[in-house]
Design a protein around this ligand. Structure first.
Ligand code: BMA
Length: 861
């Protein structure tokens, strides 16, 4: 009885102690008012928010993403706006020693007034701003934030600079190729000014939360859990704790709610060592559990003054850049907890132009879609933002490693003192904000700037230098050198536990430029697409780590219907063309489609074949990269997501629909994968394994015609070593040709053991040359244990079967765009929100043969 009471008493004590924490944080988010500067009427606004979304919510502007609405909304960024809120302080707040306003994000040129006194002038969207109001608070207060037009401000900064700087994606409405680009002068998300997958909406607003923080005597300013050494027996950790002032305090560290250290501290910067016995490690997706520990730090001075709490993961990250034994190349891969990892993933851009609109669910959908597609890495690309905590929390939880760029992309930047200092503060702020996240494994200086500036002439490089005289070139390079070779690496070095810094992506190493022949560092291979190389060239240009490559597609027809009218349903219509921001986009899609597929006339079919084409390009690329393990140790395609409805390189559209490519990526990123490669007459079929251990299983290969007649079957057992390839069979194509015309044959490949399964089909000719019979496909939709399944069967082969829902919501399935082999039953799970009845009524399907009109396909439509 007594013991029982004692336990209850402890629980109550720890509960009340956190309630009694002296520091209080009050959110000032929610309803504010706003107006254009100079006008009279204050209107309702939402914080966090943007001017555009507030105008839209009031019906003052229409949906910016619908049809051509973007065009007549460009005035919004040319004028100034102001936001206001009345703030009543409680007696308790007024009695506190300190009161501070914390803006998590101001976009961007903001002047903040507290009771009409100017208390801040900001110029960096990426920074957090603390404002001390201790001497300024009253019971009733007015907080007003005035935003100066980023375009007008940018134009005046351009004039001050004296000459333009390259910013090739800045879609300046004043025209020209960068002469009027202003994005580079402002520390604001580059993609807001337009990109080759994004519109131009140069937003303003209080884009992240605002808090009023009050405390007595002392507060925790920062906590960094430094991982000194991690072994399987013990993790040696150090809590670096910064407090407001040097008062005598008791600091307590808890791990998973157990007190592990309690210590007196009497200086502003403190270090507390603690250990975790037999630690559980954090592993990337596919390698093990992404175990997280809950760490809490408290400071006490009789009473509990302040608490900090985060989830951390224990992992040892080592990037291996080792000279090859033969040749002059250098490896580029990482080891996590001592194990080499093949990085599989994608590049990631912001999910919307209007960032506060991105819901937690959207973040979760994207990160979970990465996980479900067997990815272990996302690259947060440098033309967007340092993401919200939610994003990194999700990556921590799901084992998605983050390659984190600093926010610089495809441009050169000014180098004057104020700009450089601003960059330094931004870097310190964000590195400190994000350093406790186990998912972040690399900080990278910028996107593509080193490669863009390096070459003189347009034939070998981007040709930027030609526009500048030698003095200007010196200035531009000095700014680059200071930011990417001095400021940023210093910040990473000083404020992390040795997180790896890579100064530019792509790069072959310090002052070694990456090109398509490079045998060191990371590579962006854009020979396919920008360079018009055939898809097969993905097999020629194999890097040590492929950090970008890609191919475009349109969103699905259901998605297109959401931002167009029927009269727009032509890829060259004004509306569709405005939702295609790559100047060469439609041209490239068409010319590649002509090489590999028959080009349908029908709009809906064209969108479908476009997606299948994109999936095919990606399939060839991933296969080539994984086949080249361990020489090549990473593949990140461009790009997983979209920020508005558009034709782009994404595998998931802005509404969250998986394109054909995302389903294909899921298959191609399975840990065990069938690969094919061809040399002359010989086709090599192999299995690759990127698991940390060898895998043993039974394989099966069958050659069949499209009606399902088997020509031969072979099977056997094989063991595939970790991070390597095992050749299973070499086949002479001329021998196969003697048995069956290649246009009419398919290989069915499968591999299986108790845990893993790998299945693929292999066709011998390009899809446009296949002689596909017309399939009769039957399907049944049914309920089983609370889930909805679709069971399909075809009499002859059906290629790239696309299941979709005839409604505005695209249907999401466990698999899609798959092959139905003759007389095999395929069951897929429905993952959407429709009821059984709705899905039964709405379910439709499309397959490749329907889109083909060749003479060979006499049965086709
Ligand atoms: C890459 C990216 C982006 C661009 C994409 C497609 O290099 O870094 O700048 O959107 O190419 O062109």
């Amino acid at each position: 009885m007594k013991w029982h009471f004692f336990i209850v008493a402890i629980l109550t004590l720890s509960f009340t102690s956190s309630v009694m924490a002296q520091k209080e944080s009050r959110s000032l988010d929610g309803q504010w008012t706003f107006k254009q500067v100079g006008q009279q009427n204050w209107m309702n606004a939402k914080v966090p928010g943007t001017v555009h979304t507030d105008l839209k919510n009031l019906g003052k502007i229409e949906d910016p993403y619908y049809r051509l609405n973007e065009h007549n909304q460009q005035w919004v960024d040319k004028v100034d706006w102001e936001y206001q809120k009345e703030i009543f302080l409680t007696e308790e707040e007024l009695s506190k020693d300190h009161i501070e306003l914390l803006f998590e994000g101001l976009d961007t040129y903001a002047t903040v007034f507290w009771n009409e006194e100017e208390v801040l002038s900001s110029d960096n969207m990426f920074r957090r701003y603390h404002i001390d109001l201790s001497q300024k608070v009253k019971k009733e207060n007015i907080l007003r934030v005035v935003f100066t037009s980023p375009i007008r401000k940018g134009l005046s900064l351009l004039a001050d600079h004296g000459y333009p700087l390259p910013a090739i994606n800045d879609q300046s409405e004043l025209g020209g190729l960068g002469e009027h680009a202003v994005s580079i002068f402002t520390r604001k998300a580059g993609y807001h000014y337009g990109w080759d997958w994004g519109p131009r909406f140069v937003t303003s607003g209080i884009w992240r939360s605002v808090n009023l923080i009050s405390w007595n005597s002392n507060q925790l300013k920062e906590v960094f859990i430094k991982q000194e050494k991690i072994t399987s027996k013990k993790a040696f950790l150090k809590a670096k704790i910064s407090v407001e002032n040097k008062q005598n305090l008791e600091a307590k560290v808890f791990v998973n709610n157990h007190l592990v250290s309690s210590q007196s501290i009497s200086s502003t910067e403190n270090e507390i060592d603690f250990e975790i016995e037999n630690p559980n490690f954090w592993y990337p997706n596919g390698m093990g559990e992404a175990y997280l520990y809950n760490v809490r730090v408290e400071i006490w001075s009789e009473l509990l003054l302040d608490t900090w709490q985060e989830q951390i993961g224990l992992r040892d990250i080592e990037w291996v850049l080792e000279k090859d034994k033969k040749g002059d190349g250098t490896s580029f891969y990482l080891k996590v907890n001592g194990q080499a990892v093949f990085s599989k993933g994608a590049n990631y851009i912001p999910n919307d132009l209007f960032l506060p609109e991105v819901s937690e669910e959207k973040y979760e959908h994207i990160v979970l879609s990465a996980k479900k597609a067997n990815m272990n890495m996302l690259r947060v690309w440098g033309g967007g933002i340092y993401e919200n905590k939610t994003f990194y929390d999700l990556c921590d939880k799901h084992g998605i490693m983050v390659w984190q760029d600093f926010m610089f992309a495809c441009s050169m930047y000014p180098g004057h003192h104020a700009f450089l200092e601003n960059v330094r503060q931004e870097a310190i702020d964000n590195v400190k904000r994000l350093r406790n996240h186990p998912s972040i494994v690399l900080w990278c200086g910028n996107n593509e700037i080193e490669a863009a500036w390096s070459e003189w002439d347009e034939n070998s490089g981007w040709g930027w230098k030609q526009k500048y005289n030698s003095q200007q070139r010196k200035e531009i390079w000095a700014a680059y050198d200071t930011i990417f070779h001095q400021i940023l690496p210093q910040v990473v070095d000083q404020h992390t536990d040795n997180t790896f810094y890579w100064h530019s992506s792509p790069s072959a190493g310090f002052e070694k430029i990456s090109n398509y022949e490079s045998n060191s560092g990371d590579m962006h291979y854009w020979g396919v697409w920008h360079g018009e190389h055939p898809f097969e060239d993905f097999r020629k240009y194999i890097p040590r780590f492929m950090s970008e490559y890609g191919f475009q597609s349109f969103p699905s027809f259901n998605a297109v219907k959401r931002f167009t009218l029927p009269e727009d349903w032509d890829i060259e219509s004004e509306v569709m063309a405005s939702h295609q921001r790559s100047g060469i986009g439609n041209l490239r899609i068409r010319s590649y489609m002509e090489q590999y597929y028959q080009v349908p006339i029908d709009f809906e079919q064209l969108l479908y074949v476009g997606q299948v084409l994109q999936a095919k390009a990606t399939e060839i690329a991933i296969e080539a990269h994984r086949n080249a393990m361990p020489y090549c140790m990473g593949t990140l395609y461009w790009q997983i997501n979209d920020c508005w409805p558009v034709a782009s390189w994404s595998s998931i559209d802005s509404y969250g629909n998986w394109k054909a490519m995302h389903y294909k990526v899921k298959q191609m990123y399975e840990p065990i994968l069938w690969t094919s490669s061809q040399e002359g007459d010989i086709l090599e079929l192999a299995l690759v394994n990127d698991l940390p251990n060898k895998d043993r299983g039974q394989w099966y290969i069958e050659l069949m015609d499209f009606e399902g007649n088997s020509l031969w079957k072979k099977k056997g057992n094989s063991s595939i070593a970790s991070i390597s390839k095992e050749v299973i069979m070499k086949i002479s194509l001329s021998e196969i040709k003697e048995e069956i015309p290649l246009e009419k044959a398919v290989l069915k490949l499968s591999y299986e053991n108790e845990i893993h399964r790998a299945e693929r089909t292999y066709f011998f000719v390009n899809p446009k040359n296949l002689i596909l019979p017309k399939p009769d496909i039957s399907f049944e939709v049914y309920h089983q244990s609370g889930d909805i399944f679709v069971e399909l069967k075809a009499d002859v082969i059906a290629k790239d079967v696309f299941l979709y829902s005839n409604s505005t919501e695209d249907a999401h399935f466990s698999e899609n765009y798959f092959e139905l082999l003759p007389n095999e039953t395929k069951t897929v799970k429905y993952l959407g929100n429709q009821s059984l009845e709705e899905l039964k009524n709405n379910l439709k399907l499309m397959h490749l043969q329907q889109t083909m009109k060749s003479e060979n396909n006499s049965n086709s439509l």
